[in-house]
Design a protein around this ligand. Structure first.
Ligand code: NDP
Length: 287
């Protein structure tokens, strides 16, 4: 049955994925280590598999969403005999290296392997705004895309199995950077006794202007030309950045989230690049 899909792992995310499949009318076979987590899905029509191997056997398309790659190895590792002819779509968060290793393991046992990175929280699954990165063989992606599109917009990023995990982590790192900077901003505002709620809309509006930064920086980064059309040189920015530490001291807050950024700026200036654009700091991140 082409409409049968298996979902292995029914945490918050796996449950949301299974829900989206059921809502679209698919026959869904589910398995979870803690079996009770399948109950609400079974009540909605999902089929409970007694073992992970049964779940794999039930469908050509097997979606896996567990805590981490160790869990995936523990769950699927003993069942290599049932993998042949299946497509495993692993939506568990991991690293490019882990994804490539699992792709090789799946191939060894006759399964197609797509790795995925979910760029959404569970309530967003199947709703506008959710997108999922996929990497692995393009043929397998094309075959299953109509089903995968039920989770959110599917973005295929290449045949290197590690590509989705790499872009997933890249996107998350940018998010954590924005959150870290915003936490510092809110700590500074709160140090005066002012309300975060009152300041937050100003912060959000400011960040909307920042969202186009990657697009503007991309050309400098690709060409390595940090000299051209500089309007805010790094020496000036590094000098101004020192005010964050003085203000933090004055207001009695810690500036530790900003410290590594300033250290990189200062190193880059000391290396003779003070006249260049801030973007040149990326050179110090290359090993
Ligand atoms: P949960 O903590 O809700 O669920 C974890 C799942 O992993 C459960 O099914 C749990 O089983 C299972 N599990 C953990 N360890 C083992 C093990 N050793 N053997 C068998 N099963 C195991 O996490 P989520 O569902 O939220 O997340 C799942 C994946 O999705 C993660 O990789 C996460 O990074 C990714 N993700 C999550 C997002 C989110 O916002 N929630 C967003 C984007 C990606 P049991 O029920 O038996 O404990």
């Amino acid at each position: 049955n082409g409409k049968t899909v298996s979902v292995v792992g029914l945490g918050d995310m796996g449950t949301a994925l299974a829900d989206a499949l059921l809502a679209a009318g698919h026959r869904v076979t589910v398995w979870n280590r803690t079996a009770a987590k399948a109950d609400p899905l079974v009540a909605k029509g999902a089929i409970r598999a007694d073992t992970a191997a049964d779940a794999v056997l039930a469908s050509k398309l097997v979606v896996v969403c567990l805590l981490d790659y160790d869990s995936v190895s523990q769950v699927l590792g003993p069942h290599t005999d049932v993998l042949a002819g299946r497509t495993l779509v692993n939506l568990t968060n991991g690293t490019p290296g882990q994804a490539r290793e699992m792709a090789a393991w799946a191939a060894e046992h006759g399964a197609d392997y797509l790795d995925g990175g979910i760029m959404a929280v569970p309530p967003m699954i199947g709703k506008p705004g959710a997108f999922v990165l996929y990497s692995g063989p393009s043929g397998a992606f094309e075959t299953w895309q109509p089903v995968l599109d039920l989770f959110g917009e599917s973005r295929y990023v290449g045949d290197d199995a590690g590509a989705a995990a790499l872009q997933d982590l890249a996107l998350l790192s940018s998010m954590y950077g924005v959150i870290a900077g915003s936490l510092h901003a809110l700590a500074l505002v709160r140090s005066t006794g002012a309300s975060a709620r009152e300041f937050a809309p100003t912060l959000s509006k400011w960040l909307q202007g920042v969202v186009t930064w990657p697009v503007e920086a991309a050309e400098r980064i690709d060409t390595g030309d940090y000299d051209k059309d500089v309007v805010s040189n790094l020496s000036m920015q590094s000098a101004g950045f020192a005010n964050h530490f003085i203000a933090a001291e004055e207001q009695g807050i810690s500036a530790e989230l900003l410290l590594p950024v300033h250290q990189l700026m200062q190193r880059r200036v000391a290396d003779g690049h003070g006249h260049e654009d801030f973007v040149g700091v990326i050179e110090l991140l290359k090993r």
